[in-house]
Ligand binder design. Structure first.
Ligand code: GDP
Ligand code: ZN
Length: 478
């Protein structure tokens, strides 16, 4: 597709694919009103009178096909340029939601001169016409795909322009630096010598700004994908009780009989705005019967696939042989500990039943155990104590900063992240060049590189490949 020619008028069903009471067909482009004139008959219009719709008004009538056969009864909404989603003339038909109605209305629009819209093409036009920057266009997609309120809030912050504002302010610093250096190249004799230490500190500030922006990426990924957290441990240490305390529900079976939680029980909680699926695994121990063996396998698999593993022990009893069994199942046996099935992700040791353990201390744990766990947390599942510390520990092992969820709210996506990393690399080269005392024209090459990469985030610098990559992810009608 070529992005210069937005001359076609495009049309698509913009509501969901499932059957619904009402569906919306959107037409956008310079021929939107002429096409609507051909296919739409306003209820109260006089015969022979040309329909000249007003912007932002709703008309009632029928969409008609060949020989004025009625195809559906519709509401027609007209939004004239530039006050529309695409900044072009837009006409929308609200028709009945059945697939037949939608398809017939759409087909008659196409026969009247519209072209079927490609995925994301309405939003692409909004971008090309300057209504949204590229990061905002991506936020539209993120908003539609959000699974949690926190993810939607983050997308809305991006849609408001938060990412663009941040990147443009970094770009401004970069542009000023390039301008200053190029002035030296052109009028070297007339200007005082470059203040290298100030330039170096400007470059460092830019790098710092990029680093801060990059820190939102991890949180953004978590908001979009969520986290799978496996709770493992020998029977009776309080895994199910912990899950229940966390969710405040009774979804998991709590019992004092070892090995009751046969199947993996799932529960959803929100930690720091991140959707977390908690998986209470069946007790892992060297079981003698087949059911227990299946439990062990399933538990191990769950733990291997999880983003974080929480291993629960009984703080009152301390580190027991049963705990060592579980530990070796998941992290391999000493001395080699080279089992290929080892858990790779971060792990937290949860010492539960603190109410019964006056003097539990991590010092009593074997060294290999202490080394394996990024964090050790104490809890009392029965009194719902220690859960905040556990949540903090989870964010800590993932390297997520508390601020990123409460600060600006928006988060950069994978594509933006890659562009920012490239900008950062270019700036590293600039610092090296400054340190090596190379001539000024060397500096500007990499500064310009950084400028281009930053511009790719907002779409100020854009190629067709980037647009294809971004809008190819959209579905038709957006
Ligand atoms: P699981 O087999 O690891 O899932 O353990 P459960 O959650 O079924 O708990 C086993 C027993 O320990 C139950 O009787 C719980 O009431 C008890 N329990 C769980 N957490 C605590 C705690 O923090 N303190 C005390 N005192 N008892 C607990
Ligand atoms: Zn249990």
């Amino acid at each position: 597709p070529t992005y210069e020619s937005a001359e076609d008028t495009i049309a698509a069903v913009v509501t969901g694919a499932q059957q619904s009471a009402v569906a919306i067909i959107r037409i956008s482009g310079s021929a939107a009103v002429p096409i609507a004139r051909k296919v739409f008959q306003q209820q109260s219009s006089q015969n022979g009178q040309i329909w000249n719709p007003q912007s932002h008004r709703v008309y009632f009538g029928h969409v008609v096909g060949d020989k004025d056969t009625i195809l559906d009864e519709v509401l027609c909404l007209v939004m004239l340029s530039p006050k529309s989603y695409t900044c072009e003339d837009v006409v929308e038909f609200q028709c009945h939601g059945g697939p037949v109605c939608c398809q017939r209305v759409l087909n008659t629009c196409v026969r009247a001169g519209a072209r079927l819209a490609r995925p994301g093409e309405f939003t692409l036009r909004a971008f090309l016409n300057g209504r949204l920057d590229l990061s905002q266009a991506e936020s539209v997609l993120q908003l539609v795909e959000s699974r949690t309120a926190a993810a939607a809030d983050s997308a809305l912050a991006g849609l408001k322009g938060g990412i663009g504002d941040e990147i443009r302010s970094l770009r401004k610093i970069c542009i000023d630096l390039v301008a200053e250096l190029e002035a030296r190249l052109d009028f070297e004799e007339d200007l005082p010598e470059v203040d290298k230490s100030r330039l170096a500190s400007d470059v460092a500030a830019l790098q710092h700004g990029i680093e801060c922006t990059l820190k939102t990426a991890q949180h953004g990924r978590l908001l979009r994908q969520g986290l799978q957290v496996a709770i493992v441990g020998r029977p009776n240490v309080g895994k199910s009780s912990l899950l229940n305390a966390w969710t405040g529900t009774d979804r998991a079976i709590v019992t004092a009989i070892p090995g009751t939680t046969r199947d993996i029980v799932e529960a959803g909680v929100t930690v720091n705005g991140v959707p977390v699926t908690l998986l209470d695994t069946a007790g892992i121990w060297d079981g003698s019967n087949i059911v227990e063996q299946i439990g062990i396998e399933r538990s191990s698999k769950t733990a291997l696939a999880a983003d974080i593993v929480l291993m629960v022990i009984d703080a009152a009893e301390g580190w027991m042989p049963g705990d060592a069994e579980v530990f070796h199942q998941l992290w391999g046996k000493p001395p080699s500990r080279t089992s290929s099935a080892n858990v790779k992700g971060p792990a937290i040791l949860v010492a539960n039943k603190m109410d019964k353990a006056g003097d539990f201390s991590a010092a009593s744990l074997p060294l290999v155990v202490k080394e394996q766990f990024g964090q050790i947390v104490t809890t009392c599942a029965l009194e719902s104590k220690g859960l905040d510390a556990l949540e903090d520990a989870m964010m800590a092992v993932l390297g997520v900063e508390q601020v990123s969820s409460q600060g600006h709210g928006w988060a950069v996506n994978q594509r933006q992240c890659e562009a920012l990393v490239r900008a950062h690399e270019s700036l590293m080269k600039v610092s090296e060049t400054i340190n090596q005392d190379l001539p000024i024209d060397f500096w500007t090459i990499d500064l310009r590189g950084a400028l281009v990469s930053l511009g790719e985030v907002t779409g100020d610098e854009v190629t067709e490949e980037i647009l294809d990559a971004v809008f190819g992810n959209f579905c038709i009608g957006k």
